[in-house]
Design a binder for this molecule. Structure first.
Ligand SMILES: CC(C)(COP(=O)(O)OP(=O)(O)OC[C@H]1O[C@@H](n2cnc3c(N)ncnc32)[C@H](O)[C@@H]1OP(=O)(O)O)[C@@H](O)C(=O)NCCC(=O)NCCS
Length: 172
């Protein structure tokens, strides 16, 4: 299995839109009402939206490929952090998604390591993220990677106001 991680570019928009939608659906469809998933996805994963996110100067997309095929991605952002994130110079992992068939294979850890390297190389000293409190696998993964809970925020999944944990760790 050859894992390669590269920046996603404007020409990846069609592929990234499909990858984003598929991995989001696979991660959350089992534990959410179909109408709430659909409401969120219809807004978040349009080609127009993903194209504009790829062009956002505050955002960085990393794409992971396995044997040349897309296997996951992450989106980092240097936007303003919430107040409960107290570490210096924070960067956010806004999304981190790996295709189901690659869970537990090392693709997720490779992507996380790239997030940490990328944030550090851009001069950040803290990394943080929001994760649904019921996403046990992702929470376990972040704890394993040294993140700890710093606060909570609401994530609106259609009509369902969900509680996300905000988790942070130092990059140093
Ligand atoms: C988050 C993600 C990138 C992590 O990658 P991964 O390949 O699953 O990571 P790992 O297998 O190295 O680590 C997951 C850990 O959770 C554990 N785990 C698996 N299922 C679990 C469950 N139901 N409850 C609790 N822990 C669980 C695994 O055993 C593993 O811990 P271990 O290494 O000590 O055994 C990946 O799971 C993913 O893309 N999930 C779907 C999308 C998603 O939820 N993204 C996060 C949004 S915030």
């Amino acid at each position: 299995m050859k894992i390669n991680i590269r920046y996603a570019r404007g020409e990846d928009a069609v592929m990234l839109t499909a990858l984003s939608a598929r991995t989001f659906y696979d991660a959350f469809a089992a534990n959410n009402a179909p109408e709430n998933i659909k409401a969120y996805m219809d807004e978040a994963f349009t080609l127009e939206k993903v194209t504009s996110e790829l062009a956002d100067p505050l955002a960085v997309f990393l794409l992971v490929e396995v044997d040349g095929e897309p296997a996951g991605y992450c989106k980092l952002s240097g936007d303003q952090a919430p107040d409960c994130i107290t570490g210096p110079s924070p960067m956010e992992i806004k999304r981190l998604y790996v295709e189901q068939k690659y869970l537990g294979t090392g693709v997720g850890p490779a992507l996380m390591q790239s997030c940490l390297d990328e944030a550090l190389s851009r001069g950040h000293r803290t990394i943080y993220l929001g994760v649904w409190e019921r996403n046990d696998r992702a929470v376990a993964f972040y704890l394993k990677w040294g993140f700890s809970k710093a606060g909570e925020q609401i994530f609106q999944m259609g009509a369902d106001a969900q509680t996300d944990w905000l988790m942070e760790r130092s990059l140093l």
